[in-house]
Design a binder for this molecule. Structure first.
Ligand code: B12
Ligand code: SF4
Length: 503
């Protein structure tokens, strides 16, 4: 038996289908028994569940041969480390593997941890199947692409990169292995929102982006018919009414977008997806209308910067004119655009911040419904030296214990990039601006702030927004804090975070 663990990555109320471990499990050979243990489900004691499965497997004569964790940088890592360490100390003979974005990007600290036996880089389906042969003693681990391990003398073996497959070559999501209804949660899109990923990778090469560090600059899209078939199942059998598409880049070709929209239109879903502004600007008005009719409610676009020079430096391949163009067209077609920006240009951070904040104000005039997401540029070792001279950035940690300190958690979540050119004053410029904007125009996705807080914030932020006065909005911060609805279950990693000025 194989146990697939999704360590807690979010609050239970925000849980989503654990797609990563579902995908890996679906590809296991039919004779292999497997179960998912999902730390995002309310009240789950992951360690107790694992122990229960391990003991039950022993009794049935189907002992657990491997416990495999999915680990994303950030809070999921914070939860994975003690879990995996404790599991190893209680069941030292059971091999532990880690897959997902964290070991794909940072295999060395994973292999430095003696409680992890195998690290898997990149797409996991085929590597896991081959790893089972290794564990059964029928295959040399060095022959498995994507597999990393410690040699007998402790040196690290980093397996060659695995060529990854497109979604059409992989099994369908195994919905029968989870309680689907437990994962259909209310969001701004609907009362029973689900998630789905229909493509893998992204064909572009933005220099700051972690997606291409894992998948290279390639994207494989699933046939629209297959996507529609899976969504139809979720709608008809489980009453899903809306969906977040997790694709890094949902629209590549207009024809593909049109076919997909036509196929899912009868499902009457509301949906959110990520797209590039250049692709959206290429679409005809007729395509925009079709997307809207098919349920496109919000489209997330990586706008990144309000300066064309910086967009060029990032190798983004888009322009500020296209960003404004999408703002305008989205308004015309009744779709909410969600623009994300990356602050902290290594060469001239202050000028870039001022310029981009001014651009966001213009964008908000063009489309008042526009939503804002902010990030700080966090150069990863894989992308070092590609965008700005970032060689001064400190090296990433060698141990998992250091990775889960508050500083590195804030680094992984792009909250504090730990770069010398972005001091507290500059960061505050961004967070203060964001607070004024989000008080003046509360996000349709903000379920955390009580209604009275939103109303009061709107009123008090009015003058600041129209005067362009964003400096130290103490009153707005206080309102946000008091009006913050207490989560039903605060994040386990919360205490590890360094204090910071909130937005
Ligand atoms: C869902 C999701 C989340 C969920 C968590 C999901 C969970 N695990 O419970 C939430 C919303 C909580 C989340 C949060 C964050 N996320 Co996130 N997230 C995603 C998203 C949209 C989809 C991932 C997914 O399910 N894909 C579908 C599955 C099938 O694919 P997959 O995960 O890639 O899995 C494959 C391989 O990675 C591998 N694999 C994965 N797990 C395992 C396990 C084993 C054992 C094996 C063998 C293989 C394996 O095999 C799988 C099948 O091929 C991706 C974007 C994307 N489309 O990839 C971003 C993404 C992974 N997230 C990202 C980031 C940065 C974050 C945050 C840090 C953001 C923030 N500022 O706070 C936070 C913090 C994470 C945390 N809380 O720990 C980045 C990672 C960048 C990077 N390379 O480091 C991504 C790529 C988004 C982006 N474009 O920047 N995230
Ligand atoms: S378009 Fe988005 S996902 Fe693709 S490389 Fe650029 S930032 Fe990454």
């Amino acid at each position: 038996m194989i146990l697939l663990v999704n360590p807690r990555a979010t609050r239970p109320s925000n849980r989503r289908f654990p797609l990563s471990v579902m995908a890996v499990g679906a590809a296991l050979p039919p004779h292999v028994n497997w179960e998912i243990v999902d730390g995002n489900l309310p009240g789950t004691d992951v360690l107790a569940e694992l122990a229960h499965h391990i003991e039950a497997g022993e009794r049935r004569g189907d002992p657990v041969a491997l416990v495999a964790f999915s680990v994303m940088p950030g809070p999921q890592l914070v939860n994975a480390v003690p879990l995996s360490r404790e599991l190893k100390s209680r069941f030292p003979r059971i091999p532990i593997a880690w897959g997902g974005n964290f070991p794909s990007l940072y295999p060395a600290p994973v292999l430095n941890a003696t409680h992890v036996d195998w690290a898997i880089r990149g797409q996991g389906e085929d590597t896991m199947v081959e790893l089972l042969d290794v564990i059964n003693g029928t295959r040399d681990p060095a022959s498995v692409n994507g597999l990393c391990f410690r040699d007998a003398d402790g040196t690290h073996w980093i397996g060659a990169e695995r060529h990854w497959k497109g979604p059409d070559e992989l099994p369908a999501p195994p919905y029968h292995k989870i309680h689907v209804a437990d994962y259909l949660r209310p969001t701004f899109l609907g009362r029973r929102s689900g998630v789905y990923q229909s493509s893998i990778g992204c064909p572009y090469g933005c220099k700051f982006c972690g997606v291409i560090s894992v998948f290279g600059s390639r994207e494989k899209m699933q046939a629209p018919e297959r996507t529609a078939r899976h969504l139809t199942y979720l709608v008809r059998e489980h009453g899903m009414d809306s969906v977040h598409f997790y694709d890094n880049n949902f629209f590549v070709k207009e024809e593909h977008a049109r076919e997909l929209a036509g196929r899912i239109l009868p499902l009457r879903l509301n949906w959110w997806c990520e797209a590039r502004v250049d692709a959206l600007m290429r679409f005809s008005d007729d395509t925009w209308r079709l997307l809207k009719r098919a349920g496109l409610t919000m489209v997330f676009c990586g706008a990144e910067s309000g300066s064309d020079d910086v967009l060029k430096k990032m190798n983004k391949g888009t322009t500020t004119e296209q960003i404004l163009g999408v703002g305008k067209r989205a308004r015309e077609h009744g779709v909410i655009p969600e623009f994300s920006f990356v602050f902290g240009d290594p060469d001239d951070p202050e000028r870039e911040i001022d310029n981009t904040l001014a651009f966001i104000r213009t964008l908000k005039h063009v489309n008042p419904a526009m939503e804002l997401i902010t990030y700080f540029y966090t150069p990863t070792p894989q992308r070092r030296g590609t965008y700005g001279n970032v060689d001064a950035v400190s090296a990433t940690p060698d141990t998992l214990d250091e990775w889960i300190t508050p500083e590195w958690v804030a680094w992984m979540t792009h909250e504090d990039p730990l770069v010398p050119w972005l001091d507290e004053r500059l960061k505050a410029k961004v967070t203060d601006f964001e607070l004024v904007l989000k008080s003046r125009f509360p996000s349709v996705q903000d379920a955390k702030t009580a209604e009275w807080g939103k109303l009061l914030g709107r009123f008090l932020a009015r003058r600041r927004w129209s005067n362009g006065d964003f400096a130290d909005p103490r009153m707005l911060r206080l309102i946000r804090r008091i009006a913050h609805r207490t989560p039903e279950d605060s994040q386990a990693y919360g205490h590890l975070r360094a204090a910071r000025r909130g937005t």
